[in-house]
Design a protein around this ligand. Structure first.
Ligand SMILES: *Cc1c(COP(=O)(O)O)cnc(C)c1O
Length: 235
């Protein structure tokens, strides 16, 4: 077994154990392998081990991998910050965008999505950490943004996503993830039923699964530590 295959297995085991502990079916949580900064060969290796869904943060890097690996028929998720001058590339290369936090970006993605493709699956990114983090719509504004995004023809609103501030305090992480779940439940009460909670990463996926994550986004635990500076690469 390759290192990536062994680490993938270990992550899938963690997800299954966390689901079991929460009384959830293991297949109710999907694994998104975050391949940002890693070459196409690493994605190929993970794909050979059975992984189908991959997440990318940087537009050009992601589009290059989507094109290089097209024959594998993988599912691609854009999970990074998105500027309006890059929406056209993302709208047509990816299957999902998790990081919608402004209506303007959603409108551009909807208008630019090729009409021959199925609608782009999207999640609204919510800032569950207050001032500690800058990305994401404020929780109080999530419902109105969700309603507006749900009405766009080129998009299919699937759920909510969050990235809590890094913390070693499990109680704080649970509270952040529970807030996202509550927002999704409130949307359902107001008539907008969504099927996706994108939350949890390498260090906190157990807390996220306990609070209802349906997609965990895991990079380091599968591919290894990213090189310093790679994270800051421009989009
Ligand atoms: C990098 C990244 C991840 C993966 O983080 P790891 O700690 O490497 O598992 C998940 N989600 C987003 C939005 C990211 O940018």
């Amino acid at each position: 077994m390759t290192t990536i295959a062994a680490r993938l297995q270990a992550v899938n085991d963690r997800i299954a154990a966390a689901a079991h502990a929460a009384g959830r079916a293991p297949d109710s949580v999907a694994l998104l392998a975050v391949s940002k900064t890693w070459p196409a060969a690493a994605v190929r290796e993970a794909a050979a081990a059975g992984q189908r869904a991959f997440g990318e943060n940087y537009v050009q890097e992601g589009v290059d991998k989507v094109e290089a690996l097209r024959e594998l028929g993988l599912e691609w998720h854009f999970i990074g910050p998105l500027q309006s001058n890059k929406t056209r590339l993302v709208a047509n290369a990816f299957d999902w965008v998790h990081s919608i936090d402004r209506l303007k970006i959603a409108e551009r993605l909807s208008a630019q999505r090729d009409v021959h493709l199925p609608p782009l699956n999207v999640c609204i990114q919510v800032n569950v950490s207050g001032e500690e983090s800058k990305s994401g719509v404020a929780p109080i504004d999530a419902a109105s943004l969700a309603a507006a995004v749900a009405a766009l023809p080129g998009l299919r609103l699937r759920g909510l996503m969050c990235i809590p501030e890094p913390s070693a305090d499990p109680a704080l992480l649970h509270a952040r993830f529970a807030l996202l779940r509550r927002l999704k439940d409130e949307l359902a009460v107001s008539g907008l039923t969504l099927d996706t909670l994108s939350m949890g990463m390498s260090h906190d996926l157990e807390a996220a699964v306990a609070e209802g994550a349906t997609v965990v986004r895991v990079g380091t635990a599968i591919f290894g530590e990213r090189q310093a500076g790679a994270f800051a690469q421009p989009g």
